[in-house]
Design a protein around this ligand. Structure first.
Ligand SMILES: Nc1ncnc2c1ncn2[C@@H]1O[C@H](COP(=O)(O)OP(=O)(O)OP(=O)(O)O)[C@@H](O)[C@H]1O
Length: 766
């Protein structure tokens, strides 16, 4: 009974699909643990309930997909008796599903049969048909504003021009520099991604501290120096962001080297951070958890002079559950503030909140931290009084020049379509230099990294060696493979992207997710940023917010974001400061098509530039080519069969594929409640989906126990962090994915997330 037969074994349970599922917080693993615990409680209360008991028994394996009883039987889409039919030799034109001859639990289905049709059939519209829109986040080169006439000192403005090559401010910089130099009121800076928000708050802040030196000169003839006191604190949610901000700040301060900045972001010994604080800093960049820790435990951190507090990426700070810390920080700064000995230091503190989006949680953070704040926008005339709060909150703006498209791709064709799309993208050297592919979680990233970097020549060589001399030593093979990857990266996060490289355009593949240790993440991001070769980074949402990676031409959302805000941030990694950029999101036919309305909301013109494509179009372009012996369908099928065999022949990869599949299904169930009707797990065809993970297994049989390889270290890290003061916040900052959190950590995390999170941003961390 084809794939439907598989689905009957794969029961979707209350815990995953019930709309009233209550646990929103923590990583998806945390939420799953919580759900299991509650399921366990229910079954204890109802000992006679066989179904619950069965579910409870199944839940003993932490990695088994808990999908309970499927309430509505889905319409059959394959031949009903294909499971019982004896497997016949396959010919190019035979598209019937087949049982795998080696293993009755396996099942080979054809790529091109029984795929659901799009609900809203529309002609694919080519990207090039879309009109070029004027960039909305570019520097205002043609405008009258220069950094000098906005009020920055000639010294600083000249430094920006000559050393940092910044000729003119962007619109948000114009508005914010004017405002923040002129007045001392609190401010909320809101502007689209890639519009230069970091400099929008850093430049006026540095200018004000430089002015303190002038004031001091008049009185004492000495400049502000590192011992004069800490004047400003900048908080950002992750270490990566803090490091990025600190690099920008150091670059600016090269023209005022008597002002000293530093970071406290964890990831190094607290002792060295303390030593840095003791030596004296004027501007501090910190993650909230670490700052709280130092405020409580480090005497050398003296905050009585702090007059500027910046909360960067406000929405993410709240999504990550930092509300309590931020509240505590604001209170402590208020309580410890004293009149400053330094002339010119303002009497009150200015707080600046920065965000690309204006969600309820950002408003809440505003309530906690801001008093009579001015709302600074790129274009003040943008203020649409007619707009209701709800509309304002729901709408998000993407840079107008960003060309977005969506591809309607059935589950079975997802892997081949992504491969074809990337093949096509990198066919010609120089057309696209850097692309980011977002996936749902770390296991999915790891699997695709292996798959796209696999060496087919080596595989073939191995097979023929095996035939010729009864097999080569497997260990040697593994060593060779590892060696090859190590040539590109000491950490195994960079490898040749063979699946879409051409002889003239080799593509380098990177992988990034929160389960990697911090130093590996930093090294991988650094390598991707610096690369002058064509390269692709496959990653989770850990790379979605705030990161400024130069020259990203394309963003692919292979797995749609868990919330529309995440989507805004993801696509915001391209089309930055006026540059061109393209973004593509994969959607499956059916309820996911409704997501197009969400995409349209990002545009001022209702999404006229949004284009549509479909799997066949992508496959034709990617697998078509000049070879006339086979058509694109045959070539696509050959490629798919090849990767399925690759997975079958390598137990390690097969396990990775299975693990990726089960993690993906769990992740799918965690879209924000507002968007869950568009990403409805009941409509997910698990048999078809398994195929896009190169699997021939029945979904019900996919059950990979234990931790993913390499996760033991992360677990240790997490345990250590749990015992520290930062507790679960450290987790957010370090962003490890943890399978085995304790009750207490899980409870705290749940409580926090339940309070603040509307979705699954914690997936960013997995
Ligand atoms: N006036 C300018 N002229 C040219 N480049 C600029 C200017 N201002 C900022 N940039 C560059 O633009 C890039 C993006 O800046 P930044 O990271 O501050 O954007 P952002 O608005 O914070 O984006 P996101 O919302 O994604 O965090 C940086 O590389 C920065 O150097």
């Amino acid at each position: 009974m084809a794939d439907d037969g598989m689905l009957m074994n794969f029961t979707i349970g209350d815990s995953v699909i019930k709309p009233e599922a209550k646990f929103k917080g923590g990583t998806w693993r945390d939420r799953l643990t919580a759900k299991k615990r509650s399921a366990h409680r229910v079954s204890e209360k109802e000992p006679g309930d066989g179904e619950a008991a069965a579910r409870n028994a199944a839940s003993k394996n932490p990695n088994q997909i808990q999908l309970g009883t499927r309430p509505v039987k889905r319409q059959r889409t394959e031949d009903t008796d294909s499971f019982n039919r004896p497997s016949a030799p396959r010919s190019g034109g035979d598209r019937r599903p087949q049982q795998h001859p080696r293993d009755p639990r396996q099942f080979i289905s054809s790529l091109f049969s029984s795929n659901p049709e799009a609900r809203n059939p529309e002609e694919p519209k080519e990207e090039r048909d879309a009109e070029d829109a004027k960039p909305t986040n570019a520097p205002l080169i043609d405008g009258l504003d220069t950094f000098t006439n906005l009020g920055l000192s000639p010294n600083l403005a000249a430094h920006l021009l000559t050393k940092l090559e910044l000729k003119a401010p962007t619109a948000i910089q114009t508005s914010s520099i004017t405002q923040l130099l002129k007045e001392e009121s609190d401010a909320f800076i809101q502007a689209e991604t890639g519009s230069g928000k970091t400099l929008a708050y850093l430049l006026p802040l540095v200018q004000r501290i430089m002015d303190l030196s002038k004031a001091k000169n008049e009185h004492t003839d000495t400049q502000v120096h590192r011992d004069s006191g800490l004047f400003a604190i900048i908080l950002a949610p992750t270490r990566e962001l803090c490091k990025q901000i600190s690099v920008v700040l150091e670059n600016i301060l090269r023209c005022a080297n008597w002002i000293v900045c530093g970071t406290v972001i964890g990831g190094e010994k607290k002792k060295s951070e303390k030593a840095r604080l003791r030596k004296g800093l004027n501007i501090l960049v910190a993650t909230p958890g670490r700052l709280v820790d130092h405020l409580d435990n480090t005497e050398a951190l003296e905050v009585s002079n702090v007059r500027w507090l910046v909360l960067d990426e406000g929405d993410r700070l709240m999504d990550m559950g930092f509300e309590e810390e931020l509240q505590g920080i604001v209170k402590k700064l208020d309580a410890r503030q004293r009149p400053s000995r330094v002339p010119g230091v303002p009497t009150r503190r200015t707080t600046i909140l920065c965000s690309a989006t204006l969600k309820m949680n950002v408003q809440k953070l505003g309530e906690i931290s801001l008093k009579d704040a001015v709302h600074i926008k790129a274009d003040p005339s943008d203020e649409d009084e007619e707009k209701s709060n709800k509309e304002e909150e729901e709408s998000f703006r993407v840079p107008a020049q960003l060309k977005q498209s969506y591809a309607i791709v059935p589950a079975k064709l997802r892997l081949v379509s992504l491969t074809a799309y990337l093949k096509r993208t990198f066919m010609r050297k120089g057309s696209v230099m850097k692309a980011i592919v977002f996936m749902s979680c770390a296991d999915v990233v790891d699997f695709h990294f292996e798959l796209f970097s696999r060496n087919q020549d080596r595989e073939q060589q191995r097979k023929s060696d095996e035939e010729q001399k009864d097999g080569k030593d497997e260990k040697d093979e593994k060593d060779e493979k590892d060696e090859e990857k190590e040539k590109l990266s000491a950490h195994g996060t960079i490898a040749p992207g063979r699946a879409f490289s051409t002889p003239t355009n080799p593509v380098i593949l990177h992988r990034l997710h929160g389960s990697l240790p911090q130093n590996v993440r930093t090294a991988t991001l650094g390598s991707f940023s610096r690369s002058t070769e064509a390269c692709v980074m496959i990653c989770t949402d850990v790379a979605s917010r705030g990161l400024d990676l130069p020259n990203v031409d394309l963003v692919v959302e292979y797995d749609p974001a868990f919330s529309s805000d995440d989507h805004t941030h993801r696509i915001g990694r391209t089309a930055r400061v006026g540059r061109d950029g393209r973004a593509l999101v994969f959607l499956q036919p059916g309820c996911e098509e409704n997501y197009v309305e969400v995409l349209k909301r990002g545009y001022r013109d209702g999404g006229k530039a949004l284009t549509r494509t479909d799997a066949n179009e992508i496959l034709k372009r990617g697998f078509g080519g000049n070879d006339k012996k086979k058509n694109w369908e045959e070539k696509t099928t050959d490629w798919q069969i090849d990767v399925e065999r690759w997975a079958l022949d390598n137990p390690d990869y097969l396990e990775m594929a299975r693990r990726a599949f089960q993690s993906h299904v769990r992740a799918y169930a965690t879209h924000t409640s507002a968007e869950r009707s568009m990403f409805n797990i009941k409509e997910l065809h698990l048999g078809h989906l398994a195929k896009s993970f190169a699997l021939r297994d029945r979904p019900g049989k996919i059950n990979v126990p234990g931790l993913r390889p390499g996760q033991e270290d992360t677990k240790k890290d997490f345990k250590a962090a749990r015992n520290g003061v930062a507790g679960n916040k450290r987790k957010a900052e370090d962003a490890p994915s943890s399978t085995n959190v304790t009750d207490e950590a899980a409870r705290k995390m749940r409580a926090k997330m339940r309070e603040h999170m509307s979705g699954a941003n914690e997936f960013n961390l997995a």
